[in-house]
Design a protein around this ligand. Sequence first.
Ligand code: MF3
Ligand code: CO
Length: 291
Amino acid sequence: MSKKIGRNDPCWCKSGRKYKACHQAFDEKIARIAAAGHMVPDRSMIKTAEQIAAIKESAKINIAVLDYVAEHIRAGMDTEEINTMVFEKTTRMGGYPATLNYEGFPKSACTSVNNQVCHGIPSKDVILKEGDIVNVDISTNLNGFYSDSSRMFCIGEVSPEKKRLVEVAKECVNEGLKEVKPWGFLGDMGQAVHDYAFAHGYTVVREIGGHGVGLEFHEDPWVGYNSKRGTEMLMAPGMIFTIEPMVNMGRVEIYIDERNGWTAYTEDGKPSAQWEVQVLVTEAGYEIISY
Ligand code: MF3
Ligand code: CO
C-alpha cells in the first residue's frame, strides 16, 4: 500500500502536477466504484505516460516481427524456421522474445496450427502445408517493457469454412474493442466477443484468456470472454491488456498436450483461430498498442 497523498503533493503518476490537479478525482471515482462492489484496478495496473511510451517502443518491435513473419511464411516451411525468424528479427531490433524460457517455454514464439488452440511449440517436425491456418503469437521484452500480439495466417488456399473461422475470430476482437472505454467493465468486452462468436455458430475457449501486460509479461487482470456485461474488472484510463479470444469451429472443450505441458488442442479435433491485440484504455476510448 502507498501512503496517502496530500492534495498539493506531486501526483503518483509522476506527471509533475499536483495530485489535486491530476489523479485525485480519478482515484476518488475508482474508490466509489469499488465501494459499489465492483472489481477495480490497483495503481500498478495504471500505466504512467512514461511507461506507456516505453511499452509502445517494445510494441514497435512486436509489430515489425509479425510483419516480417507475414512476408515470409509459406507452405513447406517448418515452424522452427518461424521461430528462428522471430528470434533473429527481435534481437536485431534490440528486443528479446518474452516467451523464450518463460516458465519453461522453450521457444521464441507460439505457432499453433489448425486444431491447436494456442501455445504450439515451433518444431522442425511441423511443416506448414497448403490449407493450414496458423496462429503466430509474438511477445517482446524491450528494456523490461512488454508487448504481446498474434495474428492468423492462411497457408495458400484454405477451405471456405476455415477462412470464415479466421475472419470471424478477427471480427470478434473488433467487436470487443468497441466496448473498450473508460468506466466500462471487462465483461462488456467479454460478452461482445462471446456473443459475436456464438452468433456465427462458434464457441470461445473458457480456460485461457488475455491479461494485463506492460511492466510484466503477464499481469492482472485476467481477461476472459465468457463474462457478462457490467461484471469483471472496471476499465480505467492507463490500463493495458490483451484481447485474444480463441474461437473454436466446434465444441468449446480443450485439452493440454501432456507430453509438453503447453500446447492446447480442441477436444473434437476441429480448427481453432485466435487474433491477439494489446490495447490501452484512454480517456476517449482505446488505443491499439500492438497487433
Ligand atoms: N503470447 C501468449 C499470451 O498471450 C503467450 C503465452 S506465452 C507462453 O500470453 F510462453 F506461456 F507460452
Ligand atoms: Co497474450
